[in-house]
Design a protein around this ligand. Structure first.
Ligand code: GDP
Ligand code: MG
Length: 166
């Protein structure tokens, strides 16, 4: 099976680290050049049964002008064309304005959206439960998967979840 997955999230939440983990020792194309196109291939996961293309999706931000508005519309429509969206957040205890803005845009997207809470190595159980509860209230996420990209915790679970949607 093959499919496309859009990854989005604020800078520094750990998207690149996570992709490195997902790809692991599998055959992969990795790209970390500055953004030039609207849908840069970030990496390709390949195993016996799957080829999954991960797309780095920029540009869901507050539009400052007409061009910005166009970019946001383009990014949002891209999200409707893929099999799955991964929205990556970090260990922040509350939903900040950057994440809030993305979530509001995601409410218009029809594709299933999985919330990936990264950096759980910085959180205790109670803190994680509170964060999960906060995001659940938004009613936009099909599933929530906590991981530590840095330590590799729960990344295999995430891969299994992604495969369900391909
Ligand atoms: P990106 O901008 O979303 O691609 O984020 P990066 O992958 O470049 O990561 C940003 C910073 O967060 C780096 O210093 C990473 O080492 C760190 N980081 C990524 N994942 C984790 C994690 O699971 N736990 C912790 N503690 N730090 C992480
Ligand atoms: Mg990156």
């Amino acid at each position: 099976k093959s499919g496309f997955v859009s990854i989005l999230g604020r800078p520094n939440v750990g998207k690149s680290t996570l992709m490195n983990r997902v790809i692991g020792e599998k055959i992969a194309i990795m790209s970390d050049k500055p953004q030039t196109t609207r849908n840069k291939i970030q990496s390709v996961y390949t195993d016996e049964n799957f080829q999954i293309v991960f797309l780095d999706t920029p540009g869901i931000h507050k539009p400052k002008n007409k061009l910005g508005e166009y970019m946001v519309k383009a990014a949002t429509s891209t999200l409707n064309d893929v099999d799955l969206v991964l929205f990556v957040v970090d260990d922040s205890k509350t939903i900040g304005p950057g994440d809030r803005r993305i979530i509001e845009d995601l409410k218009k997207v029809k594709t299933p959206i999985i919330l990936v809470i990264n950096k759980i190595d910085n959180l205790n159980k109670e803190e994680l439960i509170e964060i999960v509860d906060n995001y659940n209230k938004e009613g936009v996420f099909t599933e929530i998967v906590p991981v530590s990209a840095l330590k590799g915790a729960n990344v295999n679970t995430l891969i299994d979840v992604v495969k369900k949607y391909i």
